[in-house]
Design a protein around this ligand. Structure first.
Ligand code: SF4
Length: 235
């Protein structure tokens, strides 16, 4: 089974627990205003590679994973290539490696369900908190990621929620309150990650000749993201 990948990060520490190899898939159906990987959007771009070949690369880094680490499939959007993900994760699990999926949760098919059967952890972006903002700034209805989250709850798959803090848009008390309302009651959610919006991706947009939609917003500090996390936890 071949897949289209953008790149492989040998050892990372920000996409799931412990030290991990991160495979960035090529192709995304969404257009998030703050996307820092616009070079992964094109479904015809990237490199075509066999899942078994990617597994052999990952395997070389396994000694560095320790107890917590493993592999994370990120993107782009992994859910566009569920069969590739299923084969790669199956190979990893046979070797006892922890598997994490970093996704927008915007799609749902039987093939995606098969991928989840070999997924240990989902890093799920809840990008906005109203349907209007989801449609405007992400490109899909809010109900899609919420449906995905409900499925994860039913399957008992652990979830880390990720929410990007954009000053003036998602850092408000109203937004954090709505986020809390949307997510309350899900026992599958193990962790909330508030990530500061940054603009270091701008040269990528310039190179691609694309406008950076969120250029109008200032970058967020780590302190602001922490403030949002504290506010969320106080609710
Ligand atoms: S889902 Fe991810 S890769 Fe796709 S546009 Fe949004 S931030 Fe970018």
């Amino acid at each position: 089974m071949t897949g289209r990948i953008h790149s492989i990060q040998s050892l990372g520490t920000v996409d799931g627990p412990g030290v991990r190899t991160v495979v960035f898939m090529q192709g995304c159906p969404l257009r998030c205003g703050y996307c820092h990987n616009p070079d992964t959007w094109d479904t015809e771009g990237g490199e075509t590679i066999e899942a078994a070949e990617v597994f052999q690369k990952i395997r070389r880094f396994a000694p560095y994973f320790g107890e917590e680490g493993g592999i994370t499939l990120s993107g782009g959007e992994v859910l566009l290539q569920p069969e590739f993900g299923t084969e790669l994760f199956s190979l990893c699990k046979a070797e006892g490696l922890h598997t994490a999926l970093d996704t927008s949760g915007c799609l749902w098919t039987e093939k995606i369900e098969a991928l989840l059967s070999v997924t240990d952890l989902v890093l799920l972006d809840i990008k906005m908190t109203t349907d209007a903002d989801y449609r405007e700034y992400v490109g899909c209805p809010l109900e899609k990621p919420l449906f995905f989250l409900q499925k994860l709850e039913e399957k008992g798959i652990p979830v880390w929620i990720r929410h990007v803090v954009v000053p003036g848009l998602t850092d408000t008390a109203e937004n954090i309150g709505r986020l809390h309302e949307l997510l309350r009651g899900y026992s599958c959610i193990q962790k909330m990650e508030f990530l500061p919006f940054h603009k270091i991706c701008m040269p990528k947009y310039e190179k691609l000749g694309l406008p950076f939609r969120f250029d109008c917003y200032p970058a967020a500090t780590a302190a602001l993201a922490e403030e949002c996390r504290t506010r969320y936890e106080s609710l």
